[in-house]
Design a binder for this molecule. Structure first.
Ligand code: FES
Length: 143
């Protein structure tokens, strides 16, 4: 099926030049999420100091929109407190990228979930209750 999806300049920029890609061996929190339908997988690492997310990295094995949204979420979360990070929604990520085609919105859900999963892991490791941080159930479908 030939498709010519209307991606914004920001989406293309983050796809072609993703920010904060890589591993973080000394991460304070690591989250891995995947979409069972498309098989895309996203892994996010966070470093936390005094309640601030001072560094973040990601590795995404997935589509262009998944790479763009994970890149953007790392940019948005760096320097934020954990409370602020939890308020970052997939919609905010998509908006920061100038929008996503409707059939690609689920890719931004994966980015939000990867972040929340890394935050939950950080809480678990520091002996706090991570339940508020667990990724919200994925209610979107996959076209
Ligand atoms: S196609 Fe599944 S995350 Fe983009």
């Amino acid at each position: 099926m030939a498709e010519n999806l209307p991606y914004s300049e920001q989406v293309m920029d983050h796809f072609l030049h993703p920010r904060n890609v890589g591993d973080m061996p000394d991460a304070d929190g690591v989250g891995t999420v995947g979409n069972p339908v498309c098989g895309d997988i996203m892994k996010m690492f966070i470093k936390v100091k005094d309640g601030i997310i001072v560094d973040v990295k990601f590795k995404t094995f997935g589509c262009g929109a998944a790479i763009s949204t994970s890149s953007m979420v790392t940019e948005m979360v760096k320097g934020k407190t954990i409370d602020e990070a939890l308020k970052i929604s997939n919609k905010a990520v998509a908006e920061a990228l100038g929008g996503l085609p409707p059939i690609k919105m689920h890719c931004s859900v994966l980015a939000e979930q990867a972040l929340r999963s890394a935050l939950a892991d950080y809480y678990r490791k520091t002996g706090k209750d991570p339940s508020a941080f667990e990724p919200k159930p994925d209610t979107h479908g996959h076209d």
